[in-house]
Design a protein around this ligand. Structure first.
Ligand code: UD1
Length: 413
């Protein structure tokens, strides 16, 4: 069973800080990034109740401040969505700049450009971003890059801006549509999410609404689908939206992996010791192949026959994990933004490091494929985005366990 989408949950929880009433959010994944964001929301004064069955009740009417300056805010990327939410609520916000996985510089110039167009004065100093607007109004914003974060951040803010905001060259990822659907359910007026032009008409109030269920996690589902192919297994992933998996499934089929889908599931399997063929991948914004499945796919390509190419076009430095795979015997060379992967290569167990969330998942997959025992260190980064990874893989037959030197990291669910 696939959990709720990490990136949708983070956008939706931040967007909930705009509401004038309480809301119930269902299918919230139990992962540490969500737990950190909820803790930041509590620090702002919001009332957050954890219900059974992955449900949350959030009441932002108790928020007392527009300031969130802390290491918690710095520790996750998605804390930047609070910029849009607090601006929408107070027309003023002071936040620590966001952190998150390190795969090159992660500028926020497109967020800032959009806020400035909406009448916001922005200054960045001492690791914080300070924003305030005398009149906070809609405008026509053209993004130079189809940034997921800028699209969501500006969309959230625009919900409470005066007049109409049009975001052009908007990103189209499924979680952008989910955040828009959540806000519309709560009383917003957003049209066009999922296309490259989003039109938001500002509203006076957001009363809240019926409970809202977060979409399934496309990247978590993709990770298990890739794991099935890499281990030459047979796995059915359930509770997914099959359409969201097509950028991956068509490529798996190109390699010789078999797939089948139904209303809310995908089956991925190979025939016995199937020979998978070399393939070229290129990461792109949705509906292209997701960059967040790039490291996991590289592990799969180690098992394919021939020289595969993996082009990374979204992030400037997302091949750092390749050094870890080389410790396991992988034959990979990286030149700028392309990795050449020669296979098939029998990986061997080693002590390796989870360098970031998705690279960490890739290291686990490499361990499943390798001969002998693999130890993956720094697994806390994997828990930022995968709920019960060890349990889910064990249920599929993997020989895997999590070991903590100290107490298990806190996920407040
Ligand atoms: C989000 C995801 C992340 C995923 C990425 C791309 C969350 C919390 N994170 O990150 O997992 O890998 O989308 O699908 O949802 N850029 C700029 N200026 C900006 C903003 C972005 O130049 O103001 C560039 C970035 O450096 C990068 C590209 O645009 O090269 C895409 O970034 P963006 O889509 O914004 O990614 P995030 O929202 O940070």
């Amino acid at each position: 069973m696939i959990s709720g989408s990490k990136n949708a949950a983070l956008g939706i929880i931040a967007a909930a800080m705009l509401l004038d009433g309480s809301c119930v959010i269902e299918n919230a994944p139990h992962i540490s990034d969500v737990s950190v964001l909820l803790s930041i929301c509590r620090d702002l004064g919001a009332t957050v109740t954890l219900n059974a069955n992955h449900s949350l009740t959030i009441d932002p009417r108790t928020i007392t401040t527009c300031e969130a300056v802390s290491t918690k805010v710095r520790s996750i990327r998605a804390s930047y969505y609070l910029q849009g939410a607090l601006l929408g609520r107070f027309h003023k916000a002071v936040l620590s700049l966001p952190g998150g996985c390190n795969f090159g510089t992660r500028p926020i110039d497109q967020h800032v450009k959009g806020f400035e167009a909406m009448g916001v004065k922005v200054s960045i100093a001492h690791g914080n971003i300070e924003m305030s607007a005398d009149t906070f109004h809609g405008d026509h914003i053209y993004l130079d890059i189809a940034s997921v974060g800028a699209t969501i951040n500006l969309m959230i803010a625009a919900v409470k801006a005066q007049g109409v905001t049009v975001i052009e060259n908007a990103a189209r990822e499924p979680h952008i549509v989910d955040v828009a659907n959540f806000l519309n359910t709560m009383g917003a007026n957003i049209k066009g999410a999922g296309t490259d032009v989003i039109r938001i008409t500002g509203v006076e109030a957001l009363p809240g609404g019926p409970s809202y269920s977060i979409i399934p996690d496309q990247i978590e589902a993709g990770t298990y689908m890739i794991a099935a192919a890499a281990t030459r297994g047979d796995v059915v992933v359930r509770n997914i939206i099959p359409k969201h998996m097509e950028p991956l499934s068509v490529k798996l089929e190109e390699m010789g992996v078999q797939t089948q889908s139904g209303d809310d599931w995908f089956r991925v399997w190979t025939d016995g010791q199937a020979v998978l063929s070399k393939t070229t991948f290129k990461t792109l914004p949705y509906p292209g192949f997701p960059t967040d499945l790039q490291p996991q796919t590289t592990v799969l390509l180690c098992t394919a026959t021939g020289i595969s190419r993996m082009y990374e076009t979204v992030w400037e430095n997302r091949f750092q994990y390749v050094d870890e795979l080389k410790l396991m015997g992988a034959d990979i060379s990286v030149a700028e933004r392309v990795a050449l992967i020669s296979g098939p290569c029998q990986l061997t167990g080693a002590r390796i490091m989870a360098r970031d969330l998705r690279a960490g998942a890739a290291m686990v997959l490499a361990g499943l494929v390798a001969n002998g025992e693999t130890e993956v260190y720094n697994i806390e980064v994997i828990e930022r985005g995968y709920e019960h990874l060890v349990e889910k893989l064990s249920a599929l037959g993997a020989d895997i366990r999590a070991v903590y030197d100290q107490e298990k990291p806190s996920v407040v669910f």
